[in-house]
Design a protein around this ligand. Structure first.
Ligand SMILES: Nc1ncnc2c1ncn2[C@@H]1O[C@H](COP(=O)(O)OP(=O)(O)O)[C@@H](O)[C@H]1O
Ligand SMILES: [Mg+2]
Length: 247
């Protein structure tokens, strides 16, 4: 396994956000964690990038523990994260945002190649590369956030809610790019989403997280009818209104 998370507990003060979750991602896999708001999805990703320190448990990448490793150093191992809400620099141009992604790299020739490749992959960013990133649409900003992460030349990319706030057609485009990244670069992906719909289509495996615990895990091929995912997502005892939640 490229990433291995074992019995991870994370607290904010006395509040337990993760209560002993275990998950793994194999090289070349696309894995998605789905769960409702407050489930602990962002906490999981922030722990993997070492921004948060667990109170208990183990995270290893490529066979080595990353617990206690500073986030900058975790990035040099090849782990890159697109945070929730994208966090691009809106006052900088598209080009400058991409340069920020490559700022810590010394292999300038490869940076140049990656830059060309990223612009090939996202023609809309190529067109707008001298424009202020703040002028881009939500979908374009998501593309830029992904492109900037790719400029770190990662082995493993995590994305917190790639479809957040985007129109369905734009979400389709973002997912096309993600699936293509695995195919063309062998990139390994761990995605987090509130809805399981896209995950069931694009991911190889899926985990359902609720209340800081993994409720279900499986191959998406075995979960296509959505029933088990639905039950894990809402809890077996929870009665809900069919119209209440876009699921
Ligand atoms: N900075 C924080 N301080 C205190 N509690 C937090 C903080 N961030 C998240 N939490 C709590 O931790 C739990 C998990 O949050 P989070 O990982 O953001 O969930 P998700 O990303 O699935 O919506 C929630 O109960 C949330 O209220
Ligand atoms: Mg979140």
């Amino acid at each position: 396994m490229l990433l291995n998370v074992e019995n991870l507990h994370v607290h904010y003060g006395r509040i337990a956000a993760l209560r002993g979750i275990s998950l793994n991602v194999a090289e070349g896999e696309i894995v998605c964690i789905v769960g409702p708001n407050g489930a602990g999805k962002s906490t999981t990703l922030l722990s993997i990038s070492s921004v948060l320190s667990p109170t208990e448990g183990e995270i290893s990448f490529d066979g080595k523990s990353i617990i206690g490793t500073p986030p900058e150093q975790v990035a040099t191992l090849g782990i890159s994260q697109v945070p929730e809400g994208r966090h691009i620099f809106t006052s900088l141009t598209v080009d400058e945002n991409l340069q920020v992604g490559a700022a810590t790299r010394n292999d300038k020739d490869r940076v140049r190649q990656d830059y060309e490749r990223v612009l090939d992959m996202f023609p809309i960013l190529a067109e707008r590369r001298r424009q202020s990133a703040g002028k881009l649409s939500g979908g374009e900003q998501q593309m830029l956030a992904i492109a900037r992460s790719l400029m770190t030349n990662p082995r493993f990319l995590t994305i917190d809610e790639p479809s957040l706030g985007l129109a369905p057609r734009i979400v389709d485009q973002v997912y096309e790019v993600l699936v293509d990244l695995r195919k063309s670069r062998g990139l390994t992906l761990l995605l987090v989403e509130q809805s399981s719909e896209r995950a069931l289509k694009a991911a190889d495996r899926l985990y359902v997280l609720r209340s800081g615990e993994i409720q279900l895990e499986g191959k998406t091929a075995d979960l296509q009818d959505g029933k088990a995912v639905h039950e894990a997502y809402f809890g077996f005892t929870h009665q809900h209104d069919e119209d209440e939640v876009e699921f």
